[in-house]
Design a protein around this ligand. Sequence first.
Ligand SMILES: *[C@@H]1O[C@H](CO)[C@@H](O)[C@H](O)[C@H]1NC(C)=O
Ligand SMILES: *[C@@H]1O[C@H](CO)[C@@H](O)[C@H](O)[C@H]1NC(C)=O
Length: 217
Amino acid sequence: MSEMNLLGHMGCVALYCVLSLVMPAILSAEFTLASVSEHHIIICTCMQDLVACSIINSSECVCHNHPFSMLEHDDSPSTVTYKRLTVWYTSPLNVARLLNNSEVRYLALAKCNSARGTSLSVHYFTVRRLERLYISYPFWMPGQNHDIVLGRDVGMPYHEEPRMAVIHTDVLVGKAELKAYTVKTMVDSNGMTPFPEMFMPMDDLPDMSSIFVSFLY
Ligand SMILES: *[C@@H]1O[C@H](CO)[C@@H](O)[C@H](O)[C@H]1NC(C)=O
Ligand SMILES: *[C@@H]1O[C@H](CO)[C@@H](O)[C@H](O)[C@H]1NC(C)=O
């Protein structure tokens, strides 16, 4: 699938640093694939494009399996960091938990079961520095996908500006339409934005700096 061209090499991964030590040297053709289900998360480094939701071929990918409870018991906010990440999933909730507070620039999501399912009790998750979101539901809306590039509409060199994406979990559950709305706002001296009810990990931002917040829903 050409959509899989979004894939790239593996970035620094705080949660999985140990794994990267045992992985082979990182080549530019490699990309990171996370397969997320109810109880497990499999993190793979793959050598070539794969058809979304296919069986992961062990001769093309090096994979490590983790019980999801590993993430549940991690008290600190997730610090998953990837430049390019592909996620195949059957559990929208676990994807929201995995990606919440992460830093991913190019994110490709594929929902690998057909049931649209019901909305989740958690309504959003945040991804820092998100530049592009690609999502498909191959078994629910075959042949269709959503592909959103963030930031360009603001007319700024968006890659130089702090950015935060607030993604509604309905996007993971299944949305026939995907919309994005970006606002430029300020972080005050207390690190607060005009959206106090939303947790935004912005420790790395200097006071009074501006930030682009994109809502995807
Ligand atoms: C796995 O990948 C290898 C190398 O690309 C290929 O030769 C083999 O047929 C694949 N196996 C399956 C089950 O797709
Ligand atoms: C995202 O993280 C915030 C802060 O840690 C937390 O309040 C919220 O429930 C989390 N959301 C999800 C979907 O895990």
